[in-house]
Design a protein around this ligand. Structure first.
Ligand SMILES: O=P(O)(O)OC[C@H]1O[C@@H](O)[C@H](O)[C@@H](O)[C@@H]1O
Length: 319
């Protein structure tokens, strides 16, 4: 026995393989899940390329997903990170997008999974620093004919979900593949999970002007940190350069930074609106969520043929 233990075996001489991120598909191919060796995970539904779960290494869910959310492709997902494109809300006065449903068609279209890659964050860094990147695509070619009829432009969308140990980055690239210009808006409609909305403060928006959608679309200025005490639906424009920081009971929970996305929408439906949404459950789930939604939604991004627009958010967790 002793002799065997001391003898170098073929196994012992093989350098140990560093653990790799695991990327798997659900049996019905409706969703893809990536898990880092350290336990962090993200789950993306191909319907809408909707991120429906993001967990830290200890298994704690960071996004809010309604218990009544439809995940079968029959309606936009209530929760997670739905993608808003090419119109935010509805735009009855904007001829190109007037016929589109609320928040456009990206969140209700089935996307293609384009591939994964993983990398170390620094050369020679430990396996614990691995990250994983998932790419998804949607183009006019694979759009449902009914959606194509409502917005007859040739376009391409690439959505990248990038999971790191302490952050999630989601980035959208829009390209105009048509021979005429088109206008579009984009928004990353992120439902952040919180323990108690009454203890939440959102900072980083002070001094920014916003359209208050629950007060006759009046334009106001954010004077200090924002607390949520009732139905809230605000479009900050421009939102300023500062990161948006969400604290709970004074402790930092999320830091949201933006790349090339000038607006932030803050939304919480509160009691009545939540109760009025069939796919919002439980009814008091509004206490456990706040939407902080980076986007480009005031005015339009006009893309000339061949042009591209890219915008991204990074949500960093505080330990
Ligand atoms: O119910 P939907 O279409 O998912 O939209 C939810 C909310 O999305 C927010 O982005 C809008 O500012 C709100 O006005 C809207 O109510």
């Amino acid at each position: 026995m002793v002799e065997r233990a001391n003898r170098p075996s073929a196994l012992a001489s093989t350098p140990a393989l560093a653990p790799q991120p695991q990327v798997t598909f659900s049996d019905d191919n409706s969703r893809v899940t990536a898990v880092l060796p350290t336990g962090e995970s993200v789950e993306v539904l191909l319907y809408g390329a909707t991120v429906i779960s993001w967990k830290s290494g200890d298994g704690t869910e960071k996004l809010w997903l309604s218990e009544a959310a439809k995940l079968d492709g029959t309606r936009a997902v209530r929760g997670g990170i739905p993608l808003v494109f090419p119109v935010f809300g509805t735009a009855p006065d904007h001829a190109q997008t007037a016929k589109l449903p609320q928040h456009g068609f990206a969140r209700t279209s089935r996307w293609e999974f384009l591939g994964k890659s993983s990398s170390e964050s620094a050369p020679g860094s430990a396996a614990a620093d691995l990250s994983v990147k998932l790419d998804f695509g949607l183009s006019s070619a694979n759009l449902d004919p009914s959606a194509r009829a409502l917005w007859p432009f040739q376009f391409g969308l690439i959505y990248t979900v990038y999971l790191n140990r302490d952050s999630l980055t989601t980035s959208l690239v829009v390209t105009n593949d048509d021979d005429k210009p088109f206008d579009c808006q984009v928004l990353l409609h992120t439902y952040l999970r919180v323990k108690d909305i009454t203890a939440v403060e959102i900072s980083g928006l002070a001094g920014a002007s916003y359209v208050d959608k629950v007060d006759g679309a009046k334009t106001k200025t954010q004077s200090s940190a924002l607390t949520i005490t009732g139905e809230t639906d605000r479009v900050y424009s421009p939102a300023g350069d500062a990161a948006v920081i969400v604290t709970e009971g004074g402790a930092k929970v999320f830091t949201v930074t933006r790349d090339n996305l000038g607006n932030v929408v803050v939304w919480n439906p509160w009691t009545d609106k939540a109760a009025g949404m069939a796919d919002f459950a439980p009814n008091d789930g509004f206490k456990n969520m706040v939407c902080v939604e980076p986007g480009s939604v005031s005015g339009w991004q006009t893309l000339e043929p061949g042009d591209a627009f890219e915008g991204a958010q990074t949500i960093t967790l505080s330990s």
